[in-house]
Write a protein that binds this ligand. Structure first.
Ligand code: T46
Length: 134
């Protein structure tokens, strides 16, 4: 499985740093929705689902958290701790987020509006679909 980490250009000077996110440029899709997770409590595991169609880019704009990505065959676990790095999460990928630092703000850009019908929340269902054709 190939995971794409997008290196976002950091514009820095003596005042600090700035990162710009542009649809179809450094973000490889039209951005229809942005949301962010913060004040995640100790020991919490979030995600635990896949999406049928949705594509997203996740950026730890502050602090850090771990991501587990699973395509049904292979699992990859990685740390997101860099506000100039975006994790591309393709559709049909099981994801779990955990080990959030107290200060973590995880921002997510999505290529579509919120739709509960796009979620696969059962790992068994995801695994069966992954192995039986999508
Ligand atoms: C994902 C990971 C990385 C909304 O009303 N609108 C929204 O845009 C979103 C994302 C969520 N919600 C509601 C639905 C739930 O009642 O907010 C509540 C928490 O959502 P959820 O339990 O799905 O949150 P996570 O952290 O488990 O997953 C989220 C995204 O839902 C998901 O698409 O890939 O972050």
């Amino acid at each position: 499985m190939q995971i794409k980490l997008i290196q976002l250009q950091k514009h820095g000077d003596e005042r600090g740093s700035l990162v710009a996110l542009e649809e179809e440029k450094n973000i490889p899709f039209p951005i229809k929705r942005v949301y962010y997770l913060f004040k995640t409590q100790d020991g919490v595991r979030r995600g635990l689902h896949a999406h049928k169609k949705l594509k997203q880019v996740a950026i730890a704009v502050r602090g850090s958290c771990r991501f587990l990505l699973d395509d049904g065959d292979e699992k990859i676990d990685l740390l997101l701790d860099n506000p100039a790095q975006g994790l591309l999460i393709e559709s049909f990928m099981w994801r779990e987020m955990y080990d959030f630092s107290d200060d973590c703000v995880l921002m997510v850009l999505a290529d579509d509006y919120y739709d509960e019908g796009d979620y696969i929340r059962s790992y068994e269902e995801f695994h069966a679909l992954a192995h039986g054709g999508k």
